[in-house]
Design a protein around this ligand. Structure first.
Ligand code: FES
Length: 173
């Protein structure tokens, strides 16, 4: 979808902060993703127009970063680490259990990721880039269900804070 009027104002203000317009491609992709829940082809074309880039250049940037989703992913992106420390601490089993439980849930997108730099909390996952760990399959699904029931306030799927306060227990040190 194209930017809303309010987001178009934000996009133009963002572009104005950079000496070269094309440097604003990442924040504009985040803005589009926050608006629609994913980066639509229409948004990429609009961004290309705003930045005087070819649509393929915007697509190339968007497809390089896994945090940009080019298809709908629902409201919660659950990123489960299976890298070395999490691997030995049960990350693959955590991933399998969450894929099984939420595989047909349109609100929850479970993905496998490389080390997310929270090895001391292994096995760890992020929900919309908010860290949780160490977890068992049961404690992970309890947390995800709390988000689903509105008992925790998720960030946007780009990880931007929402206006509502975050649950203090949602962040691990
Ligand atoms: S190995 Fe999982 S957070 Fe580092």
């Amino acid at each position: 979808m194209p930017y809303t009027e309010a987001n178009l104002v934000k996009a133009r203000a963002t572009i104005a902060r950079y000496p070269f317009a094309k440097s604003a491609v990442l924040p504009l992709l985040h803005l589009a993703q926050d608006q629609d829940g994913w980066v639509t082809p229409e948004a990429m074309k609009e961004i290309a127009g705003l930045l005087d880039l070819a649509p393929a250049q915007v697509l190339g940037t968007c497809s390089f970063y896994t945090m940009f989703k080019r298809a709908p992913v629902g409201k919660l992106v659950v990123s489960v680490c299976t890298n070395v420390t999490c691997l030995v601490m049960g990350g693959p089993e955590l991933l399998d259990s969450l894929r099984l439980r939420y595989g047909s849930d349109d609100d929850v997108f479970v993905e496998e990721v490389e080390c997310i730099a929270a090895c001391d909390c292994a096995p760890v996952l992020q929900v919309n880039y908010e860290f949780h760990g160490p977890l068992t399959p049961q404690s992970a699904s309890e947390i995800i269900d709390e988000y689903k029931r509105g008992e925790r306030t998720p960030r946007t799927i780009s990880g931007s804070p929402t206006n509502a306060p975050l649950a203090p227990s949602a962040v691990v040190g």
